[in-house]
Unconditional design. Structure first.
Length: 308
């Protein structure tokens, strides 16, 4: 059984070299069956990547352009899938050291029980982070927003392990084109969490800016479009009905009673009607978006599964 270790590298070859040595130490006797797949996310612009060429257990993939770390992982996984066996283990992680090699044996353990390979995905559950206060505040706000929109709590990243049998099927789903880690959760794959502290970088400084972090957060929401649409539709329907009822009550009071009605009630009624119309328009838009999302998930599936 081969252990495939997939990691994106963006001008961080030195960190990967340290990561590789430490992972091989952790694998022990199984190190001979380890294969490293490095995605050069500079698309060939990093000359230092050539240092990895002499390493027999390392394959370097160069996408045509920068993909970002999550889509780079999906790109690499789809490239190697024809070579992956059902009983192989696939591990994905970042190369900078924040995903600690010492956690690898614990991440692989739930997959294997003797010679039996369990069909599930094992995710590293983040128990402690070493970031600035601003980043932690931003991250907590994102988690709150993520849960309110999707009903799911996100506490994992790219550090994951899965058997080849799951990867060869699940990774064909188009939601992985959007975000790797959240697509695993959106597809309701069988998941087991292993508590892991986030480590410190081996070298240099993180290239993750707040702008890139915000974009990363938006991409993580995209695989949950259907759940977000359903929740949003419920909210819009509620406010639409509430606004229509409020406007109806105000009109009835004005036409059928002699009660003095303050002038501001007309503005409330008008505002309620506007809210109702906007809610109806959003309802239609989100219903169309939901329908397209369902259709995309079946696009070309008959070709992808023709071998079955």
């Amino acid at each position: 059984m081969i252990t495939w270790i997939v990691t994106p590298v963006y001008r961080d070859v030195g960190s990967f070299e340290i990561l590789r040595e430490r992972l091989l130490q952790e694998l022990g006797p199984d190190a001979a069956e380890a294969r490293f797949v490095v995605i050069d996310d500079t698309a060939g612009q990093d000359e230092e990547i050539e240092r990895l060429a002499p390493l027999d257990d390392v394959t370097v993939l160069r996408p045509p352009f920068n993909l970002g770390h999550q889509r780079a992982i999906v790109y690499a996984l789809r490239k190697i899938l024809p070579r992956v066996g059902d009983d192989d283990a696939i591990v994905t992680l970042d190369a900078d050291g924040e995903d600690q090699p010492s956690d690898l044996p614990r991440l692989l353990a739930p997959l294997r029980d003797g010679q039996h390979l369990h069909r599930k995905v094992v995710l590293a559950l983040r128990t402690k982070r070493r970031e600035s206060l601003g980043f932690k505040v931003f991250y907590r706000l994102f988690r709150l927003l993520f849960r309110s929109l999707t009903g799911t709590t996100v506490r994992s990243g790219n550090f994951a392990a899965m058997p080849g049998s799951i990867a060869k099927r699940a990774l064909l789903h188009p939601t992985f084109d959007l975000a790797y880690s959240s697509a695993i959760l959106a597809l309701d794959l069988p998941v087991e969490y292993v508590p892991c502290e986030r480590g410190e970088r081996y070298k240099g400084r993180s290239k993750m800016t707040y702008g890139r972090l915000a974009m990363h957060g938006l991409r993580m929401l995209m695989p949950f479009t259907d759940r977000i649409a359903i929740r949003a539709l419920g909210a819009f329907v509620f406010f639409g009905i509430f606004g229509a009822l409020l406007a109806f009550v105000v009109v009835c009071l004005k036409l059928f009673t002699t009660s003095a009605i303050p002038g501001w009630t007309s503005y409330i009624a008008l505002g309620s009607l506007i809210v109702s119309l906007v809610a109806l328009g959003n309802f239609v838009s989100l219903f169309v978006l939901f329908s397209q999302t369902r259709a995309v998930s079946l696009a070309n599936i008959e070709e992808l599964t023709a071998e079955d």
